[in-house]
Every structure is written in structure tokens, then in C-alpha cells.
Design a protein around this ligand. Structure first.
Ligand code: AMP
Length: 480
């Protein structure tokens, strides 16, 4: 088995890795580090959770250590472009941690934070600058940042850059950089637009790819609960009555929805914080810090805000609403299976979300164990009967309502709230923390005898894609 030492990384990097407890490189690191150390451009297909940050940070730090020189004034030797502020902060943290014995300067600039502080940090020049595209363009426009001597460019999460409309700013930024430079380009998926950008930016790249989705998907215990849209919030409160739900990311589709769910959870006694694009940077950082420190049990997030969030030991991911794409589902559940750990994901599926569920099951090539809470009636066969005789579930799964799901709203976009966000939760869940211990996901009969939500077995009907190996290939197209 390859170790970090075998990869030939500089001693101070090896020491920093040992201090972090990392010995064995992840597959993306084994592939990317040696090639990047020789100066080859890299085209990596990998998502967060695979160790991709270290896959580019380590060879870059190795190269900086081997070729020490002062950073250009108001410029940087390495530019890392990141789609979100949270991811930018995390990348900078990683560079600092791995480079802590190398005396490397790292600065991060993103929107929502004070320009003047960033201008001061950039003035003397920095070794590594991590930036979101919009704010970097502001600095370039104000002549507080020059890229004319930048040697290395990293573009991280290119697919999300595309989603956020950052391709024009990226092309503009690259236009300010020297033509001859070292490029490292990462994306979770490689649809044609991204392949085109990669072809423009990279010079004979070494292609590296991992398919973490398969491992992530398989490592996470996944369940679906069919529930009326209006009953989702009390059900969520029930889930939180289980102390095992101790560090939970709850996903909503909209910013407004995230606020409402967080408020509701607070009302029923569950410490919660919302994180989304309308929150001020300080609020986002505080929410994330409180969640990491265990001060809040629930972080309620939109997809975009959550991308790249690296929090260890997330016990559960709850999809309060199903995401619009299977890729987003895989990203979401990957928050609970970080770096080899397992985790649980529970998806609350209303009737009009069944098509989304179908797309997820098709793409991930699995059928998720389902329970039906719409009628508050257990669909689990009595203990004397085999559990896989849940015929009515099969029937229900086989005959989804033919109602078309309308795509009314992009995550974090403008427009009307999702039509099913009726929020009819009431305060049924209040005082849940005092209810007797009941694990809604483990199939115990509830103390009040109401509904047993024991997961039922897979329906016999073959899922789409059955027969193929249980692996999930990154989508080749943009969106289903
Ligand atoms: P990333 O994909 O860069 O977001 O990394 C996912 C998580 O894995 C982060 O918490 C990293 O610190 C951690 N990690 C990265 N490389 C390794 C490694 N070789 N061994 C153990 N953990 C790692």
C-alpha cells in the first residue's frame, strides 16, 4: 500500500500529515500527487469527501517548498478559485495545516467580508491566495490584486462554478494570468461545458478520477419516509426525539425553507441554525462553528451553502425536501460519510417528490428502504409474518402518482417559494425531548403504539438499472 512517504513529499509535509493522523493517501491523492509534483496539469474528477483538497494542496506546497522565493507584491504565487466562501475558508485552512512547518502565507478573499482587511492582507503578496471569483474580480478591478506573476492555478468544484454562473468571471481571471502556468482542475462531474473549459485552460493534463459516489452511497444507511408535505415538520421533531440524531444536517431546497425549519426546530427545543446565501458571512461562520462545536444539533442548509462543508461525525443527514438532482442527493448524503466513516440519511418524500426519488434511485442504482407515514399506519408486516410481504408498499412504489413535479425554483434562486412549502407543522413536536426513547428508524414499536416505521425490505420490482453493478458513475450530462 502506498504511503505519503512513498509519494516523495517533503519532510515538513510528512510531519504535518502525521500530526493530522493521515498516513495513507486516498485514491485521488495517490493518482494526482505524483503527477502534480512533476508539474503536469491535472484534470481531476472527484468531489468533496475524497481527499481532493490535499490532492492539490500537498503537491503545490511541495513545489513551493522546493522553489522558495518572495511572493509578488499585491499578488500570489498560487491562486485557488473556489465557488463558495465556506469551501474557500476550508481550503485555506487545509493549506495552513499541511504547510504549517513551511512558513507559507495563505490568504482567503470572498464576498461579504470587508474589502479593506483583504486589501491589507494582499498588499505584501501571499504564497497562496484562495478566492471566490466575484470578489477576486473586485480586487483586480481596484488594482489591489495582480495575477501577472501567478505560477499555479487551481480551479475547484468546476461544476458548481458552472451552476453559479462563474465561468465568465473565471475566463476573465485567467486572462490576467501568465499563459505559462501550472493548472489543477477539479470537478465532481464532467459534463460537456466543463470539459470545454478544461480543454481551454489545461495543457496535456493527466486525468485522474475517483467515483466516490459509489462508496459514499454504499456506506450511508439510507431510508425514505413517505409523508404528507404538511406533516414533515412534526415528523422531523419526532426524529430529533432520538438522541442518536446528535449532529444532523437538515437539507431544504430554499433559503426561506431553511429559516422556517430552523425556527421550528428551535420552537420544539432542538438547537438549530440555518446556513444559506442570505445569511451574513459572520452568521454563516458562527452557525458552522456552533455546529462543529456541538452547540447546535441541527444545521439547516440549502445545497449551495452546504457544498464542501467539512464537519466530522455528522450522525445524520435529513433531506427535509428531496434535492432537484441525483447529484445533489449524493453530495448531501456524503456529508455524513466523511473520510471512511459511515452515517445515516433519511429522506422525507412527499407525493409530488416521487419523481425526484425515482431519478435518485435510478442514478444511484439502488432502491431505498421506505416507510409510509402518510396514513399514520404501519406498512410493516406483523412480526409473525415475513417482513418482505409489504405488498401495498410495492404497489405504491410501482404506481407513483402521475403528477408532474414542477421545477419552480432553483436552490437559492429568486422566485416563488416551492408550492408545497405549506409549513403546516403546528407544535405537535413540542416537548419531544421528554418523550420516551424511541428510535423511529430502527423499527421499534412506539411507546404510544401509533406507527411503527420499521424500514421495510426492498420491493421485489427491479430498480431501474438493476443488473448493472451497484456503482454510480458521475453523470456525463448536466442534469437529468
Ligand atoms: P476533502 O475531499 O478534501 O474535502 O477531504 C475530506 C476529508 O478527508 C477531510 O476532512 C480531510 O481532512 C480528510 N482527509 C484527506 N486526506 C486524508 C487521508 N489521506 N487520510 C485521512 N483523511 C484524509
Amino acid at each position: 500500500m502506498t504511503t505519503f512517504k512513498d509519494l516523495g513529499l517533503a519532510e515538513p509535509l510528512l510531519k504535518a500529515l502525521t500530526a493530522k493522523g493521515y498516513e495513507i493517501p486516498t485514491p485521488i491523492q495517490t493518482q494526482a500527487i505524483p503527477a502534480a509534483m512533476t508539474g503536469r496539469d491535472i484534470l481531476g474528477v472527484a468531489q468533496t469527501g475524497t481527499g481532493k483538497t490535499a490532492a492539490f494542496a500537498l503537491p503545490i506546497l511541495h513545489r513551493l517548498a522546493a522553489d522558495r522565493k518572495p511572493a509578488p507584491r499585491r499578488g500570489c504565487r498560487v491562486l485557488v478559485l473556489s465557488p463558495t466562501r465556506e469551501l474557500a475558508s476550508q481550503i485555506a485552512e487545509n493549506f495552513r495545516a499541511y504547510g504549517k512547518l513551511l512558513n507559507i502565507s495563505v490568504t482567503v478573499v470572498f464576498g461579504g467580508a470587508k474589502m479593506s482587511t483583504q486589501v491589507r492582507a494582499l498588499a505584501p503578496g501571499v504564497d497562496v491566495l484562495v478566492a471566490t471569483p466575484g470578489r477576486l474580480i473586485d480586487h483586480i478591478g481596484q488594482k489591489t490584486c495582480f495575477l501577472g506573476e501567478t505560477e499555479i492555478l487551481v480551479l475547484d468544484e468546476a461544476d458548481q462554478m458552472l451552476d453559479l454562473g462563474f465561468f465568465r468571471p473565471i475566463r476573465q481571471i485567467v486572462g490576467y494570468m501568465p499563459k505559462k502556468r501550472h493548472n489543477l482542475f477539479f470537478s465532481a462531474t464532467m459534463p460537456p461545458e466543463i470539459a470545454k473549459l478544461a480543454a481551454e485552460l489545461l495543457d496535456k493534463p493527466v486525468e485522474v478520477s475517483v467515483t466516490p459516489q459509489a462508496t459514499t452511497v454504499e456506506k450511508v444507511d439510507q431510508r425514505v419516509i413517505f409523508v404528507e408535505a404538511g406533516k414533515k415538520r412534526p415528523l422531523l421533531a419526532e426524529l430529533f426525539a432520538d438522541p442518536a440524531f446528535n449532529r444532523v444536517i437538515v437539507f431544504t431546497r430554499t433559503k426561506h425553507g431553511a429559516d422556517r425549519v430552523a425556527d421550528y426546530l428551535e420552537k420544539v427545543g432542538v438547537e438549530a441554525a440555518a446556513i444559506h446565501g442570505d445569511k451574513r458571512q459572520g452568521q454563516r461562520e458562527r452557525a458552522l462553528a456552533d455546529f462543529k462545536a456541538g452547540k447546535v444539533r441541527a444545521l439547516v442548509a440549502t445545497d449551495i451553502a452546504s457544498r464542501g462543508i467539512d464537519v466530522d461525525a455528522v450522525s445524520h443527514v435529513v433531506n427535509f425536501e428531496l434535492p432537484m438532482t441525483p447529484e445533489a442527493y449524493v453530495h448531501r448524503i456524503g456529508r455524513t460519510a466523511r473520510a471512511g466513516a459511515g452515517g445515516s440519511a433519511v429522506s422525507l418524500c412527499a407525493d409530488d417528490e416521487r419523481l425526484l426519488l425515482k431519478a435518485i434511485q435510478k442514478t444511484t442504482r439502488q432502491t431505498l428502504p421506505a416507510v409510509d407515514r402518510r396514513s399514520d399506519k404501519s406498512l410493516v408486516a406483523p412480526p409473525s409474518q415475513p417482513r418482505n410481504q409489504g405488498g401495498d408498499v410495492e404497489q405504491k412504489l410501482a404506481q407513483p402518482k402521475a403528477r408532474e413535479h414542477r421545477r419552480e425554483r432553483r436552490p437559492e434562486g429568486g422566485g416563488q417559494p416551492h408550492r408545497n412549502r405549506n409549513g403546516g407543522g403546528g407544535n405537535k413536536g413540542a416537548g419531544q425531548a421528554q418523550t420516551p426513547r424511541w428510535d423511529p428508524m430502527a423499527g421499534e414499536r412506539r411507546p404510544d403504539g401509533v406507527a411503527d416505521t420499521r424500514p421495510i425490505r426492498q420491493p421485489a420490482a427491479a430498480p431501474a438499472g438493476a443488473g448493472a453493478p451497484r456503482s454510480f458513475k458521475p453523470s456525463q450530462g448536466r442534469r437529468p
